[in-house]
Design a protein around this ligand. Structure first.
Ligand code: DAS
Length: 356
C-alpha cells in the first residue's frame, strides 16, 4: 500500500513541476502583437520574376503569420488586421486610429511589444508620428518590404522575423519607435525611404541604431531627441490633426501653389526649399503674406541630408518663420501637425523642432 501511495505522490509531484514549468515558460515567453495595415509586405505578384510589379495590400495578417512558423521561436505572436491599404493612401484618420490602437495595446500587461506591418511609401511618417505621441517604453517596430512575398529573394519574411525579434526584446525598450528593414534597426525619428526600388532603401543620415541578425540585436547608438515617454505629446489627448501641407522649391519657382494653400484652412506650410532651405524671391513675399494671415511657415529642404540653419538662407527672426532642423519635409509635416495640437506660437514651434 505504502509503495503505491509513494508512487502516486511522486507522479503528482512530477506533473506539478511540469505544469509549473510550462506556466513559467508561458509567463516568461513575451507576447508580440502584429498590427497589419497593408503595403507590399502584404502584396502578391503574378510571377516570381515580378519583384516590382504586384498588387499591394492583399495578403491578410493571419496568412502572413502562418507563412512564418519560425516566429513561434521568438515570442507568442498574435495578429490584428487594422487596415488593408497601400500606404501612399494613408490619411490623418488612419494615423490617429492606428495610434489609438497602439496606445491601447501598450497599456495591456500581457503585451510586451508591437510590430506594425506597413507599406513602405509612408512608413517613415507613421513611425515618426507614433514616436511623438505614444507614451510607452515598450518596443514598437514598423516593418515593410520592397518586394512582395511571391517574388524571388523576397525581403518581407526576414524583415518581419527581425521585427518580431526586436519587438520581443527587453533591450529594445526605451529606444523610441523603431523600423527594421534589411537587417538594420533604425530610429522612427529620422528613417527615410531613400531608394524607391531596392531592398536597402531605408536609411537615416545619422545611421542605424543597430542591426538584427538571426533574431539577435546588436546596438551601436541611442536616440538623443525626445520621444515616447519623454514626449510632451500624447495620442490619448489628440482626436484631430490640423491641416499642414508642403510646397516644393525649384528653378523658375512660381507662387501658384503657395497662394492656393493660402485659400485653404492650413495651419502651417512646409517649404521644401533648395539647398539649405533657400526660398526663391517671388516665394518669399508669398510666404510672408501667408504668415501675416496666421499660417506658420516652416523651412525644410528638398536636399536629402543635412539640416536647415536658422537665419542663414533667410532672416527667419524677421519673418517669424520656423526652420525644420534636420527633418525632411514629410517628417516636418508630421511634427508640425502634432505640435500644432498644442501651440501655434512660432517660438514654441521652433523649440519643438529643436527638441524632437
Ligand atoms: N505602395 C507601397 C505602399 O503601400 C507598396 C510598398 O512598398 O509597401 O507603401
Amino acid at each position: 500500500m505504502k509503495i503505491q501511495q509513494l508512487a502516486r505522490s511522486w507522479i503528482a509531484g512530477v506533473v506539478l513541476m511540469a505544469v509549473s514549468a510550462a506556466v513559467l515558460a508561458q509567463s516568461e515567453e513575451r507576447h508580440v502583437v502584429v498590427l497589419a495595415t497593408g503595403g507590399t509586405i502584404a502584396g502578391a505578384g503574378a510571377s516570381v520574376a515580378d519583384s516590382a510589379t504586384y498588387a499591394a495590400a492583399t495578403v491578410p495578417v493571419d496568412k502572413l503569420l502562418a507563412g512564418l512558423p519560425e516566429l513561434e521561436n521568438l515570442a507568442r505572436v498574435s495578429g490584428e488586421q487594422v487596415f488593408q491599404i497601400a500606404s501612399e493612401s494613408f490619411n490623418n484618420e488612419n494615423l490617429l486610429a492606428l495610434g489609438q490602437r497602439v496606445s491601447e495595446l501598450t497599456k495591456q500587461a500581457d503585451v510586451d511589444g508591437i510590430v506594425i506591418t506597413h507599406g513602405t511609401d509612408t512608413l517613415e511618417e507613421t513611425a515618426f508620428f507614433l514616436n511623438l505621441v505614444v507614451q510607452t517604453d515598450k518596443p514598437i517596430v514598423l516593418v515593410g518590404s520592397m518586394r512582395p512575398g511571391t517574388a524571388l529573394s523576397a525581403d518581407g519574411g526576414l524583415n518581419l522575423y527581425g521585427a518580431v525579434s526586436v519587438a520581443a526584446s527587453e533591450d529594445a525598450m526605451g529606444k523610441g519607435v523603431l523600423v527594421t528593414m534589411n537587417d538594420d534597426i533604425l530610429s522612427g525619428r529620422d528613417v527615410s525611404k531613400s531608394i524607391n526600388i531596392k531592398t536597402n532603401s531605408f536609411q537615416s543620415q545619422w545611421g542605424p541604431l543597430g542591426m538584427v541578425v538571426e533574431g539577435r540585436n546588436y546596438w551601436f547608438r541611442d536616440p538623443v531627441k525626445r520621444h515616447t515617454t519623454s514626449s510632451e505629446f500624447n495620442i490619448d489627448d489628440i482626436d484631430t490633426l490640423p491641416a499642414v501641407d508642403i510646397v516644393y522649391g525649384y528653378g523658375n519657382m512660381n507662387t501658384t501653389g503657395i497662394e492656393a494653400y493660402g485659400e485653404t484652412n492650413i495651419a502651417a506650410l512646409i517649404h521644401a526649399g533648395t539647398g539649405n532651405g533657400s526660398v526663391a524671391a517671388p516665394a518669399v513675399d508669398a510666404l510672408k503674406a501667408l504668415r501675416d494671415k496666421g499660417v506658420n511657415i516652416i523651412r525644410s529642404s528638398r536636399v536629402p541630408a543635412g539640416f536647415v540653419l536658422r537665419n542663414a538662407e533667410q532672416p527667419d527672426d524677421d519673418y517669424d518663420w520656423v526652420v525644420a532642423h534636420d527633418h525632411r519635409p514629410q517628417q516636418a509635416r508630421i511634427l508640425a501637425m502634432v505640435a500644432l495640437t498644442k501651440t501655434d506660437d512660432s517660438k514654441e514651434l521652433q523649440r519643438i523642432f529643436w527638441e524632437y
